[in-house]
Design a protein around this ligand. Structure first.
Ligand code: B4P
Length: 187
């Protein structure tokens, strides 16, 4: 199965991606996690990505696309994958389509996780207390929500026109949301 998870910051993409990918026995590939491990390791990519992430902006497409192309070429992605947080721009959609087309493949399903703005801000501020992520301050969270609305929300109608989007309510308990996603995918 080749899946994409969309949703505003704090909707639960990363949380749900790990659970759903385990359930389907496919790798969960999070561009945010890959950037963060590069930041921790102090790589050239990490130094560049940190500038954008700390401001709540997207890392440039050229960098992100090359990183995903390399990750999807790894053997564990052959049986399928769950992309968490990629694509996030229409240009990234085009690149992902082109990467898959070289093997005659397409994205099979897109899960859009929705949540109220107040709820996501609350969740991310709570995470800030626990993990201390530099992009989980109130100002940066508000900017991330704006960037999502401007650059990523249009992807729901783009994928919607292909008839592959499942819109899932991300409010409530984590287990309940996982159940909703799996039910939507089975349906
Ligand atoms: P991400 O790492 O994808 O960060 P995110 O959007 O905040 O989502 P995340 O998965 O971490 O959080 P979740 O909603 O699961 O991206 C970070 C940055 O990386 C971006 O801003 C950008 O700069 C860069 N980036 C990543 N991908 C890119 C791309 N393709 N192009 C360009 N730049 C890119 O969870 C949030 C919190 O809510 C957690 O603490 C969780 O425990 C909690 N939570 C989840 N579900 C809950 C529930 N049901 N109830 C209560 N709490 C819940």
């Amino acid at each position: 199965m080749r899946l994409v998870f969309l949703g505003p910051p704090g909707a639960g993409k990363g949380t749900q991606a790990r659970r759903v990918a385990d359930n389907l026995s496919i790798p969960a590939i999070s561009t945010g996690d890959i950037f963060r491990s590069n930041v921790s390791a102090g790589t050239e990519l990490g130094v560049l990505a940190k500038r954008y992430m700390d401001a709540g902006e997207y890392v440039p497409d050229s960098v992100t696309n090359d990183m995903v192309r390399a990750r999807l070429a790894e053997p564990d992605a052959e049986r399928g994958f769950l992309l968490d947080g990629y694509p996030r721009t229409t240009a990234q959609v085009e690149v992902l389509d082109a990467i898959l087309a070289t093997s005659g493949l397409t994205v099979e399903a897109v899960v859009e996780i929705t949540a109220d703005a107040d709820e996501v801000v609350g969740r991310l501020l709570k995470r800030a207390e626990i993990e201390g992520r530099a992009d989980d301050t109130e100002d940066v969270i508000r900017r991330r929500l704006e960037v999502y609305a401007e650059q990523t929300e249009p992807l729901t109608s783009l994928y919607g026109s292909r008839g592959i989007v499942h819109r899932v309510d991300g409010m409530g308990a984590v287990d309940d949301v996982t159940g909703r996603i799996l039910a939507a995918l089975e349906g």
